[in-house]
Design a binder for this molecule. Structure first.
Ligand code: HEC
Length: 124
């Protein structure tokens, strides 16, 4: 390690995680909405996003309305992280799993929705 000048893999992983966290915080606290295009606009998940009333707080154009803009959200969150937020809520966002189910979404639909949001990256 010290002898070879190599950083052990677990340390590298932790450093990477810390770096991503800082990036995420910066992105989430950015005041100005960046000009980021909607990725895969024709995906059926876009309709699920409306059907589940996510648009009430995140807007039909994904620019945010009370809640943050989901454009580029895939830069900071992966599908699993998004699923966790949908299920448990976060900060001012309530848990949405029940709402989604009442709106007629299956577990598979919720997965598709999270997967589609994770694809919302600012750079392709
Ligand atoms: C009642 C308003 C409201 C509704 C409805 C809502 N959200 Fe949110 N959402 C928020 C708020 C507010 C935040 C920011 C939470 C925080 O500050 O931690 C947020 C954050 C998020 C984030 C993280 C964004 C980021 O940049 O870190 C994701 C992803 C998300 N919401 C997805 C959804 C999905 C999917 C739905 C529908 C199933 C939904 N939200 C419905 C208010 C809402």
């Amino acid at each position: 390690m010290a002898e070879t000048g190599q950083i052990p893999e677990d340390v590298q992983r932790e450093e990477k995680a810390a770096e991503n966290k800082v990036k995420g915080l910066r992105a989430a606290s950015a005041v100005k909405v960046k000009k980021v295009a909607i990725v895969d606009k024709d995906n059926p998940a876009m309709a699920l996003f409306k059907q589940t009333t996510c648009v009430t707080c995140h807007a039909v154009d994904l620019k945010g309305a009370g809640g943050p803009s989901p454009r580029g959200v895939g830069d900071r969150l992966d599908k699993e992280a998004i699923l966790t937020i949908v299920k448990n809520g976060r900060g001012q966002m309530p848990p949405m799993a029940k709402t989604a189910t009442s709106a007629g979404l299956s577990g598979q639909d919720i997965e598709s929705l999270a997967g589609w949001l994770a694809k919302q990256k600012s750079e392709q």
